[in-house]
Design a protein around this ligand. Sequence first.
Ligand code: DHB
Ligand code: FE
Length: 313
Amino acid sequence: MTVKTMNTADVKDLLEKVAGFNQDGGNERVKQIVHRVMHDIFQIVEDFDVTPEEFWQAVYYVGDLGANGEAALLAPGLGMDKYLDIRMDAEDEQAGLAGGTPRTIEGPLYVAGAPISDGFARMDDGSDDAAETMILTGQVTDENGQPVANAVVDIWHADTRGAYSYFDASQSEYNLRRRIRTDEHGRYTARSIVPSGYGCPPEGSTQKLLNLLGRHGNRPAHIHFFISRPGYKHLTTQINLAGDEYTYDDFAFATREELVIDATRVDDPARAEAFGLNAPFTEVVFDIQLVPTDKPELQTRHERKRALESDAA
Ligand code: DHB
Ligand code: FE
Protein backbone atom coordinates (compact mmCIF):
# COMPACT_ATOMS: atom_id res chain seq x y z
CA MET A 1 0.00 0.00 0.00
CA THR A 2 1.35 3.40 -0.94
CA VAL A 3 -0.38 6.46 0.43
CA LYS A 4 0.67 10.06 -0.11
CA THR A 5 -0.15 12.53 2.65
CA MET A 6 2.81 14.92 2.70
CA ASN A 7 1.08 17.56 0.64
CA THR A 8 -2.09 17.65 2.72
CA ALA A 9 -3.00 20.66 4.82
CA ASP A 10 -3.09 18.41 7.89
CA VAL A 11 0.55 17.41 7.57
CA LYS A 12 1.75 20.92 6.71
CA ASP A 13 -0.09 22.28 9.72
CA LEU A 14 1.26 19.52 11.95
CA LEU A 15 4.89 20.25 10.90
CA GLU A 16 4.49 23.96 11.55
CA LYS A 17 3.12 23.32 15.03
CA VAL A 18 5.85 20.74 15.72
CA ALA A 19 8.49 23.37 14.91
CA GLY A 20 6.81 26.01 17.09
CA PHE A 21 6.04 28.34 14.17
CA ASN A 22 2.86 29.43 15.91
CA GLN A 23 4.73 30.34 19.12
CA ASP A 24 6.53 33.58 19.90
CA GLY A 25 9.28 32.15 22.09
CA GLY A 26 12.18 29.87 21.26
CA ASN A 27 15.00 30.18 18.77
CA GLU A 28 14.24 30.99 15.14
CA ARG A 29 17.18 29.04 13.71
CA VAL A 30 16.30 25.95 15.73
CA LYS A 31 12.67 26.23 14.59
CA GLN A 32 13.72 26.40 10.93
CA ILE A 33 16.09 23.47 11.20
CA VAL A 34 13.70 21.27 13.20
CA HIS A 35 11.00 22.03 10.67
CA ARG A 36 13.28 20.87 7.86
CA VAL A 37 14.50 17.80 9.74
CA MET A 38 11.00 16.66 10.65
CA HIS A 39 9.70 17.39 7.16
CA ASP A 40 12.46 15.26 5.67
CA ILE A 41 11.85 12.43 8.13
CA PHE A 42 8.14 12.46 7.36
CA GLN A 43 9.03 12.47 3.66
CA ILE A 44 11.28 9.44 4.13
CA VAL A 45 8.44 7.60 5.89
CA GLU A 46 6.21 8.36 2.93
CA ASP A 47 8.72 7.68 0.15
CA PHE A 48 9.96 4.41 1.63
CA ASP A 49 6.60 3.38 3.06
CA VAL A 50 8.24 2.94 6.45
CA THR A 51 6.18 0.61 8.64
CA PRO A 52 5.45 1.36 12.30
CA GLU A 53 7.68 -1.60 13.22
CA GLU A 54 10.61 -0.10 11.28
CA PHE A 55 9.92 3.33 12.69
CA TRP A 56 10.03 2.17 16.32
CA GLN A 57 13.21 0.17 15.66
CA ALA A 58 14.80 3.43 14.52
CA VAL A 59 13.58 5.28 17.62
CA TYR A 60 15.00 2.61 19.91
CA TYR A 61 18.24 2.61 17.88
CA VAL A 62 18.71 6.29 18.68
CA GLY A 63 17.95 5.59 22.34
CA ASP A 64 20.54 2.80 22.48
CA LEU A 65 23.08 4.98 20.68
CA GLY A 66 22.75 7.57 23.43
CA ALA A 67 22.73 5.00 26.23
CA ASN A 68 26.00 3.43 25.10
CA GLY A 69 27.61 6.79 24.31
CA GLU A 70 28.27 6.06 20.66
CA ALA A 71 26.69 9.04 18.92
CA ALA A 72 30.08 10.69 18.31
CA LEU A 73 31.46 7.33 17.11
CA LEU A 74 28.70 6.83 14.58
CA ALA A 75 29.06 10.35 13.13
CA PRO A 76 32.46 9.72 11.49
CA GLY A 77 31.23 6.37 10.18
CA LEU A 78 28.42 8.16 8.41
CA GLY A 79 30.84 10.63 6.85
CA MET A 80 29.67 13.58 8.93
CA ASP A 81 33.12 14.56 10.22
CA LYS A 82 34.56 14.23 6.69
CA TYR A 83 31.76 16.38 5.32
CA LEU A 84 32.50 19.12 7.87
CA ASP A 85 36.17 18.94 6.78
CA ILE A 86 35.14 19.32 3.13
CA ARG A 87 33.20 22.44 4.08
CA MET A 88 36.07 23.90 6.15
CA ASP A 89 38.50 23.24 3.28
CA ALA A 90 36.16 25.09 0.92
CA GLU A 91 35.84 27.97 3.41
CA ASP A 92 39.64 28.18 3.70
CA GLU A 93 39.90 28.21 -0.08
CA GLN A 94 37.40 31.06 -0.28
CA ALA A 95 39.18 33.06 2.45
CA GLY A 96 42.61 32.59 0.84
CA LEU A 97 43.71 30.42 3.77
CA ALA A 98 44.23 27.15 1.90
CA GLY A 99 47.60 25.41 1.94
CA GLY A 100 49.74 23.93 4.65
CA THR A 101 49.33 20.41 5.97
CA PRO A 102 45.77 19.24 5.32
CA ARG A 103 43.27 18.82 8.10
CA THR A 104 41.42 15.64 8.81
CA ILE A 105 38.88 14.56 11.39
CA GLU A 106 39.49 14.74 15.15
CA GLY A 107 37.58 11.58 16.05
CA PRO A 108 35.78 11.11 19.36
CA LEU A 109 38.66 9.91 21.56
CA TYR A 110 40.70 12.99 22.50
CA VAL A 111 41.37 13.68 26.16
CA ALA A 112 42.40 17.20 27.16
CA GLY A 113 45.23 18.08 29.49
CA ALA A 114 47.94 15.54 28.54
CA PRO A 115 51.38 16.17 30.09
CA ILE A 116 53.33 18.87 28.26
CA SER A 117 57.07 19.08 27.71
CA ASP A 118 59.66 20.83 25.54
CA GLY A 119 60.98 19.19 22.39
CA PHE A 120 60.64 15.58 23.45
CA ALA A 121 58.24 13.29 25.27
CA ARG A 122 57.95 9.62 26.00
CA MET A 123 54.32 8.75 25.38
CA ASP A 124 54.03 5.10 26.43
CA ASP A 125 54.19 3.92 30.03
CA GLY A 126 56.52 1.02 29.20
CA SER A 127 53.97 -1.63 30.16
CA ASP A 128 53.76 -3.27 26.73
CA ASP A 129 56.97 -5.29 26.39
CA ALA A 130 55.93 -6.82 23.09
CA ALA A 131 55.21 -3.50 21.39
CA GLU A 132 57.49 -2.12 18.69
CA THR A 133 59.17 1.11 19.78
CA MET A 134 58.24 4.08 17.62
CA ILE A 135 60.16 7.30 17.22
CA LEU A 136 57.75 9.90 15.89
CA THR A 137 59.44 13.10 14.87
CA GLY A 138 59.12 16.09 12.59
CA GLN A 139 59.49 19.77 12.03
CA VAL A 140 56.80 22.41 12.18
CA THR A 141 57.38 25.19 9.65
CA ASP A 142 55.45 27.90 7.89
CA GLU A 143 54.80 27.64 4.18
CA ASN A 144 58.20 29.17 3.39
CA GLY A 145 59.95 26.46 5.36
CA GLN A 146 60.77 28.76 8.29
CA PRO A 147 60.74 26.81 11.59
CA VAL A 148 57.86 27.50 13.96
CA ALA A 149 59.22 27.30 17.49
CA ASN A 150 56.98 26.91 20.55
CA ALA A 151 54.11 25.35 18.64
CA VAL A 152 52.18 22.89 20.80
CA VAL A 153 51.98 19.48 19.13
CA ASP A 154 49.27 17.52 20.93
CA ILE A 155 49.49 13.84 20.00
CA TRP A 156 47.26 10.88 20.84
CA HIS A 157 47.03 7.34 19.52
CA ALA A 158 45.84 3.84 20.31
CA ASP A 159 47.83 0.96 21.79
CA THR A 160 48.68 -2.35 20.10
CA ARG A 161 45.11 -3.54 20.61
CA GLY A 162 43.68 -0.41 19.02
CA ALA A 163 42.48 0.91 22.40
CA TYR A 164 42.79 4.46 23.73
CA SER A 165 43.69 5.33 27.33
CA TYR A 166 40.89 6.89 29.41
CA PHE A 167 38.25 5.14 27.28
CA ASP A 168 40.10 1.88 28.02
CA ALA A 169 40.31 1.95 31.81
CA SER A 170 43.01 -0.75 31.85
CA GLN A 171 45.62 1.75 30.59
CA SER A 172 47.47 4.21 32.79
CA GLU A 173 46.44 7.85 32.91
CA TYR A 174 47.34 9.72 29.69
CA ASN A 175 49.10 6.68 28.26
CA LEU A 176 49.93 7.45 24.59
CA ARG A 177 48.82 11.06 24.99
CA ARG A 178 51.33 13.91 25.19
CA ARG A 179 51.80 17.56 24.28
CA ILE A 180 55.20 18.63 23.00
CA ARG A 181 56.37 22.20 22.43
CA THR A 182 58.55 22.51 19.35
CA ASP A 183 62.16 23.56 19.93
CA GLU A 184 63.92 26.54 18.33
CA HIS A 185 64.19 24.57 15.06
CA GLY A 186 60.47 23.81 15.12
CA ARG A 187 61.21 20.18 15.92
CA TYR A 188 59.29 17.72 18.07
CA THR A 189 60.18 14.12 18.92
CA ALA A 190 58.15 11.47 20.68
CA ARG A 191 59.16 8.04 21.80
CA SER A 192 56.14 5.76 21.82
CA ILE A 193 54.91 2.40 20.54
CA VAL A 194 53.59 1.64 17.08
CA PRO A 195 49.79 1.74 17.31
CA SER A 196 47.43 -0.82 15.80
CA GLY A 197 44.32 -0.05 13.84
CA TYR A 198 41.06 0.65 15.63
CA GLY A 199 37.79 -1.21 15.36
CA CYS A 200 34.36 -0.07 16.51
CA PRO A 201 33.03 -1.93 19.56
CA PRO A 202 31.71 -5.12 17.88
CA GLU A 203 28.48 -5.25 19.91
CA GLY A 204 27.87 -1.49 19.77
CA SER A 205 25.26 0.57 17.97
CA THR A 206 27.71 1.89 15.36
CA GLN A 207 28.78 -1.58 14.25
CA LYS A 208 25.15 -2.71 14.24
CA LEU A 209 24.27 -0.11 11.59
CA LEU A 210 27.49 -0.68 9.65
CA ASN A 211 26.60 -4.38 9.45
CA LEU A 212 23.27 -3.46 7.87
CA LEU A 213 25.19 -1.38 5.31
CA GLY A 214 27.57 -4.25 4.55
CA ARG A 215 30.44 -2.12 5.88
CA HIS A 216 33.26 -2.82 8.30
CA GLY A 217 34.05 -0.55 11.25
CA ASN A 218 37.85 -0.50 11.03
CA ARG A 219 40.40 2.26 10.88
CA PRO A 220 44.04 1.86 9.82
CA ALA A 221 46.82 2.40 12.37
CA HIS A 222 46.79 6.17 12.83
CA ILE A 223 48.11 8.98 15.02
CA HIS A 224 46.11 12.09 15.90
CA PHE A 225 47.48 15.63 16.11
CA PHE A 226 46.39 19.07 17.16
CA ILE A 227 49.02 21.68 16.26
CA SER A 228 48.63 25.22 17.50
CA ARG A 229 50.65 28.39 17.83
CA PRO A 230 49.36 31.95 18.17
CA GLY A 231 49.48 33.65 14.76
CA TYR A 232 48.75 30.41 12.86
CA LYS A 233 45.63 28.50 11.91
CA HIS A 234 44.95 25.71 14.39
CA LEU A 235 45.44 22.36 12.66
CA THR A 236 43.51 19.20 13.53
CA THR A 237 44.90 16.28 11.62
CA GLN A 238 46.11 12.69 11.78
CA ILE A 239 48.48 10.44 9.92
CA ASN A 240 47.60 7.00 8.63
CA LEU A 241 50.48 4.57 8.54
CA ALA A 242 51.23 3.22 5.07
CA GLY A 243 50.80 -0.49 4.42
CA ASP A 244 47.88 -1.10 6.77
CA GLU A 245 45.06 -3.19 5.33
CA TYR A 246 42.73 -0.25 5.99
CA THR A 247 44.99 2.67 5.00
CA TYR A 248 42.77 3.37 2.01
CA ASP A 249 39.64 1.79 3.42
CA ASP A 250 39.01 3.75 6.61
CA PHE A 251 35.45 3.50 7.92
CA ALA A 252 35.78 7.07 9.26
CA PHE A 253 36.97 8.54 5.90
CA ALA A 254 39.97 10.30 7.49
CA THR A 255 42.66 9.17 5.03
CA ARG A 256 44.20 11.82 2.79
CA GLU A 257 47.07 11.04 0.45
CA GLU A 258 49.36 13.70 1.97
CA LEU A 259 48.74 12.16 5.39
CA VAL A 260 49.74 8.60 4.54
CA ILE A 261 53.14 8.21 6.16
CA ASP A 262 55.66 5.38 6.00
CA ALA A 263 56.59 3.61 9.20
CA THR A 264 60.21 2.67 8.57
CA ARG A 265 62.14 -0.05 10.43
CA VAL A 266 65.55 1.21 11.52
CA ASP A 267 68.12 -1.50 12.23
CA ASP A 268 71.20 0.70 12.51
CA PRO A 269 72.41 0.39 16.15
CA ALA A 270 74.01 3.86 16.00
CA ARG A 271 70.66 5.44 15.16
CA ALA A 272 68.97 3.49 17.97
CA GLU A 273 71.68 4.58 20.35
CA ALA A 274 71.08 8.22 19.41
CA PHE A 275 67.56 7.86 20.84
CA GLY A 276 68.80 5.93 23.87
CA LEU A 277 67.45 2.65 22.47
CA ASN A 278 69.28 -0.67 22.40
CA ALA A 279 67.16 -2.40 19.77
CA PRO A 280 65.81 -1.70 16.29
CA PHE A 281 62.83 0.64 16.19
CA THR A 282 60.28 2.07 13.79
CA GLU A 283 60.62 5.65 12.67
CA VAL A 284 57.73 7.84 11.60
CA VAL A 285 58.54 11.31 10.27
CA PHE A 286 55.73 13.82 10.01
CA ASP A 287 56.63 17.39 9.05
CA ILE A 288 53.88 19.93 9.47
CA GLN A 289 53.26 23.22 7.68
CA LEU A 290 51.14 25.86 9.38
CA VAL A 291 49.30 28.71 7.68
CA PRO A 292 49.49 32.16 9.27
CA THR A 293 46.32 34.01 10.25
CA ASP A 294 45.56 36.99 12.44
CA LYS A 295 41.99 35.80 13.12
CA PRO A 296 41.90 34.59 16.75
CA GLU A 297 38.88 32.33 16.11
CA LEU A 298 40.91 30.30 13.59
CA GLN A 299 43.82 29.86 16.00
CA THR A 300 42.05 27.49 18.37
CA ARG A 301 40.25 24.19 17.95
CA HIS A 302 36.52 24.12 17.50
CA GLU A 303 34.48 23.71 20.63
CA ARG A 304 32.98 20.30 21.22
CA LYS A 305 32.60 18.03 24.21
CA ARG A 306 35.98 16.52 25.00
CA ALA A 307 37.01 14.35 27.92
CA LEU A 308 38.50 16.45 30.75
CA GLU A 309 38.39 19.61 28.62
CA SER A 310 36.89 21.81 31.32
CA ASP A 311 39.46 21.01 34.01
CA ALA A 312 42.41 20.93 31.60
CA ALA A 313 45.22 23.45 31.85
C1 DHB B 1 36.45 6.69 15.63
C2 DHB B 1 37.54 6.22 16.33
C3 DHB B 1 38.79 6.76 16.13
O1 DHB B 1 39.93 6.34 16.75
C4 DHB B 1 38.93 7.80 15.24
O2 DHB B 1 40.16 8.30 15.10
C5 DHB B 1 37.85 8.26 14.54
C6 DHB B 1 36.60 7.70 14.74
C7 DHB B 1 35.09 6.13 15.86
O3 DHB B 1 34.96 5.22 16.66
O4 DHB B 1 34.11 6.63 15.25
FE1 FE C 1 41.60 7.49 16.43
